[in-house]
Design a binder for this molecule. Structure first.
Ligand code: ADP
Ligand code: MG
Length: 250
């Protein structure tokens, strides 16, 4: 089976600066793959290349074996690539259930119709409720997103992304700004997503990464230094050197 997501010799230059340096990455279907590396290593740039937000200087992006390098962000979403965005003002003022329902209807193509068959409405409501259960948001379904704790807001953002029924979910530091007391639950919830969604995640906190990932790629200066299972990454001398300040965690 083709990897869910692949890059081939992917390179991105900003002027003379090489932000992504000949990266060939394979993200296996169903995996929980983490991308780690120091600030400025090129992690966010790589995600931007995967979603089509940025165009590569050279190289290719493949989705389930199909070259999508020339496709727009929107076309890639349709093919199953999702990333999270911060809850916007519209969603912030809606209840959690309303906002997820809106996203589900959007995917179903019912979003802009003022009328809709009762059955279709019930199906969408079922689907939204199921997403809330999956993300442990059932208890806050009727609260406004903006009143939620940050960890829960992140989960709403993930629910909105999942409403598109993606095959691949890209998460760029989902725990950023989330208090430590909430980040573990956030990660447990992400880890429990069904395996038909492949997750590629950027995260700084090594404890969270090692708990979550079944595969880790270490990015340094735009290139992959090493890629392996967490145990091997944890004992890799180059990686330990890189994270010397955090040696206790690695
Ligand atoms: P990370 O997410 O690993 O911290 P980034 O991908 O955000 O790293 O950035 C990698 C490098 O590319 C950084 O040195 C950054 O300054 C540079 N960079 C990112 N985006 C741009 C841009 N649009 N123009 C110029 N340089 C950029
Ligand atoms: Mg970044």
């Amino acid at each position: 089976m083709s990897p869910a997501l692949q890059t081939r010799n992917l390179t991105k230059k900003f002027g003379g600066f090489i932000a992504t340096d000949n990266i060939s990455l394979n993200v296996a279907a169903g995996s929980r793959h983490a991308l780690i590396g120091p600030n400025g290593a090129g992690k966010t740039t790589l995600i931007n290349l995967l979603t089509g937000f940025l165009e590569p200087t050279s190289g290719a992006v493949l989705l389930a074996g199909t070259d999508v390098t020339a496709l727009s962000q929107h076309a890639r979403v349709k093919r199953g690539v999702a990333r999270t965005f911060q809850i916007n003002r519209l969603f912030a003022d809606m209840t959690v259930l309303e906002s997820v329902l809106l996203a589900v209807n959007e995917r179903r193509g019912l979003g802009t119709r003022w009328w809709r068959p009762v059955r279709a409405h019930a199906d969408a409501l079922d689907e939204a409720a199921q997403l809330l259960t999956q993300l442990r948001l059932g208890a806050v379904a009727n609260e406004r997103a903006r009143n939620l704790a940050y960890g829960k807001q992140r989960l709403v953002e993930i629910a909105l992304a999942l409403a598109a029924r993606p095959r691949v979910l890209l998460l760029d530091e989902p725990a950023a700004g989330v208090p430590t007391s909430e980040s573990r639950e956030l990660f447990e919830t992400i880890a429990q997503l069904p395996r038909d969604v492949t997750v590629l995640l950027i995260e700084h906190d090594m404890d969270l990464v090692f708990r979550f990932a079944d595969r880790i790629s270490v990015l340094v200066n735009g290139a992959i230094l090493v890629e392996d299972v967490p145990d091997k990454i944890g004992s890799d001398p180059q990686v330990r050197q890189l994270y010397l300040g955090e040696a206790a965690h690695v």
